[in-house]
Design a protein around this ligand. Sequence first.
Ligand code: 5RP
Length: 267
Amino acid sequence: MVKMDFGMKNRLSKTLNPKTGRTVMLAVDHGYFQGPTTGLKKPKESIEPLIPYADSLFITRGILRNCIDPNTNIPIFLRVSGGPSVLKELSNEEITTSIKEALRLNAVGVGMSIFVGGEHETKSISNLGKLVNEAEEYGMPVLAITAVGKDMDRDARYIGLACRIAAEIGAHMVKTYYCEEDFEKVVEGCPVPIVIAGGKKIPEKDALQMAHDAISKGAKGVDMGRNIFQSDSPVGMIKAVRAIVQENKTVEEAYGIYESVKNGRYS
Ligand code: 5RP
């Protein structure tokens, strides 16, 4: 591992728990291209109850400024890319938020998407390089998100390619999708910590199984959104995910936590 300076290490330690080396990031940035997504139509109401169980929030500056109490202690990872809406070619993103702004907002990291195989692949990867160049001047970690193009298979070959490219260009962490077959090879081929996105809403037990399998194959945590905030018990779900990631609970044990919170037997 590359020797990092204090600021970089210290910021990373705010989300990657130093005791476990793992993290539960709560992804709530979806509105940056999807608008008022199901489960985030009222961001403040949806996000606030989940904050005590997250290691960090992955969020845009607009929702941070308008919907999150500045007295909070939750570490902030700022989504700094965007441009196209869900109606347009998604790979055509630019950097939308400066490092100066990230520092002003007291972020512990910044994140942007790359679109390997997408129409604007080169631009997104080159933007990642530029963001890393600038962020490293201030000891600010960069999370690269391997967004999947419309026609891309989410298999280990593709995901492994995208994660490795992100790390080669200098990302300090990578967020990607989980694949059942050979995910451990994706992890092996990527020299920086990988966290998984949850993807579209699936049954709670399946999402917990996915988190469990990803961790057992070497992921350092999750940056999960819809499978938490679109659950019928978002607090139950984030507690269950946390139990897997930070406490090594089994899927059955974690599902029990989710059900207990949902049924009001566990606070
Ligand atoms: C959107 C993102 C999301 O943060 C990421 O996809 C995680 O959320 P989910 O678990 O809902 O997939 O980067 O582009």
